[in-house]
Design a protein around this ligand. Structure first.
Ligand SMILES: Cc1ncc(COP(=O)(O)O)c(C=O)c1O
Length: 320
């Protein structure tokens, strides 16, 4: 397998060479999926390397810990700085950042009481998640035979390792059947999300996306797209979406840190709209990439420079 990770990995406050970043096979997380994690991107902008929406990602990781009852040994400010330091040290941009909080090695019982909680941060050389052409030409997806989790089973709002068996099944099924990705419905039959992406529909002048009650992860990119769409004076509606709305939408796209804004041009082999990438998707892609690649003013303060001075840090904090 190609070496995906770069440089050093931050483990419990110490930088460890890539080859030495190991855990014990009897760690609780290996058996029970007891972890929470984030997926974050750093971009190369004209004013240096910047981490995209670092504040939101760190906050969501701490929220996930709270839901999963994992007492993270590091706080918000420490995680913010550790992530920036890892990117700085590895000198990588653009790159993907993977912080993970996990139950480590002590006893193998399901009850995690007394099991240590460890934290690691790695950077990876990930390119375009859904393929090189996906952003320009769109992808073909199927509606998954697997639903997202029922309410009060697995916590969909938490980005926990255990939830991702569901994502793996959705993705494996889609790829085995010749599609790039799957769209899962919730247990009531309403549209939820992709295996690792939120979804948006365009119909007329309105943008629709499922509510957080439809078993979705509240995506950071989803939040960006809602903000950008409102600035473009589009009506945005978060509501329950029946499956058939997918087929009659004018445009459809996925959002996610890995997927960014990826157009969907076919669902279950049915062309969406004209079957080509639509104008609203293109407008939102442009607004998004102009900010993250530093061509437009960062009006929403979404970029966190890794080399930030105290002054910049204080300004970013104040804006929150
Ligand atoms: C299941 C799931 N839904 C949605 C998303 C999109 O979230 P974000 O935009 O924060 O990356 C992700 C990716 O993290 C995901 O894994």
């Amino acid at each position: 397998m190609a070496r995906e990770s770069t440089g050093v990995i931050w483990m419990n406050g110490t930088f460890v060479p890539y080859e030495d970043a190991k855990i014990h096979v009897l760690s609780h997380v290996v058996h029970y999926g007891s972890s929470v994690f984030e997926g974050i991107r750093a971009y190369a902008t004209p004013s240096g390397t910047a981490v995209f929406r670092l504040d939101r990602h760190v906050q969501r990781m701490l929220d996930s810990c709270k839901i999963a009852r994992i007492a993270c040994p590091y706080g918000y400010a420490e995680l913010m700085e550790a992530i920036r330091e890892t990117v700085r040290k590895n000198g990588c941009a653009p790159c993907y950042i993977r912080p993970v909080v996990y139950r480590g090695f002590k006893t193998l019982g399901v009850n995690p009481t007394g099991v240590p909680i460890d934290v690691a941060i790695a950077t990876l050389n990930w390119g375009k998640y859904l393929g090189k052409d996906a952003l320009d030409h769109g992808i073909s997806v199927r509606v998954a035979s697997w639903n997202r989790q029922a309410p009060n089973t697995f916590p969909a709002m938490a980005k926990t390792g255990a939830n991702y068996l569901n994502s793996q099944l959705i993705k494996l099924e889609a790829v085995a059947d010749g599609y790039e990705e799957g769209i899962a419905l919730d247990v009531f039959g309403y549209v939820a999300e992709g295996s690792g992406e939120n979804i948006f529909l365009v119909r007329g002048d309105t943008l629709y996306t499922p509510t957080v009650a439809s078993a979705i992860l509240p995506g950071v990119t989803r939040d960006c797209v809602i903000t950008l769409a409102r600035h473009l004076e589009l009506e945005v509606r978060e509501e329950q979406i029946p499956r058939e709305m997918l087929y009659i939408s004018d445009e459809l796209f996925f959002t996610g840190t890995a997927a960014e804004i990826t157009p969907i041009t076919q669902v279950d082999r049915i062309p969406i709209g004209t079957g080509a990438v639509g104008p609203v998707t293109r407008k939102l892609q442009k607004a998004f990439f102009d900010i993250i690649e530093g061509r437009a003013r960062d009006a929403h303060r979404w970029l966190f420079p890794v080399e930030a001075t105290g002054k910049v840090q204080r300004a970013a904090k104040k804006a929150r």
